[in-house]
Design a binder for this molecule. Structure first.
Ligand code: FE
Length: 198
């Protein structure tokens, strides 16, 4: 399987999990397997969703119609980083291109850094709201973009969550939204070999 069929296949697998009523731990195990498959090859993300800006961009790739999960490509400019933030729902981060560093942060004040994960292409990290929900993420590379693909247990761009000031621990509500107005069309099968259609 190549190209956008990979993305379609992942969305179908995730939809089956949602339909099966999967709980958090099943999402973080079987959803992680689907994400690992998706980021095992870097031949499918359409160029408009890999464009980098000065900071970071979050491109919605797919949102479940019932908002049970969403799939997002994060494109980090050289040296870009997020503020300290939470998610409030489970999440999976799969590295597609380049490298990123995720640093867990613990309540303070001042907030204290915890576990640090450096993700390389093909690797997947799980985020649990009750465990490692608060972190900051940065592009580990100063000279080029890095891209990770995330799955969350909600329409993450619409979730009311928080950014934190690490010095004081003060938190502020935010809703991230998305950087794109259009989503990838992975439903045009006309250029795919019929035998490969699933
Ligand atoms: Fe995050």
């Amino acid at each position: 399987m190549t190209g956008l069929a990979r993305l379609r296949d992942a969305v179908r697998g995730l939809t089956r999990l949602a339909e099966a009523g999967a709980g958090q731990e099943r999402w973080l195990s079987e959803g992680a397997d689907l994400l690992r498959d998706l980021v095992s090859a870097d031949d499918w993300l359409p160029a408009p969703f890999a464009e980098c800006g000065p900071g970071y961009r979050q491109y919605l790739l797919h949102c479940d119609p019932l908002e049970r999960f969403s799939l997002v490509a994060f494109v980090w400019g050289p040296g870009a980083s997020t503020p300290v933030h939470d998610h409030t729902v489970w999440g999976l981060v799969g590295m597609l291109r380049g490298e990123e560093i995720s640093t867990e942060m613990h309540h303070g004040p001042p907030m204290v850094p915890g576990r640090v994960d450096r993700l390389r292409p093909g690797e997947v990290l799980a985020i649990r709201p009750e465990d490692n929900d608060i972190h900051r993420v940065e592009n580990a590379l100063a000279d080029r973009a890095s891209i990770s693909v995330h799955i969350y247990g909600a329409n993450i761009g619409a979730v009311r969550r928080h950014v934190f000031d690490p010095a004081t621990g003060a938190r502020r509500e935010f809703i991230s939204g998305y950087s794109n107005g259009l989503v990838p069309n992975f439903w045009d099968r006309s250029k795919e070999p019929a035998a490969g259609a699933t």
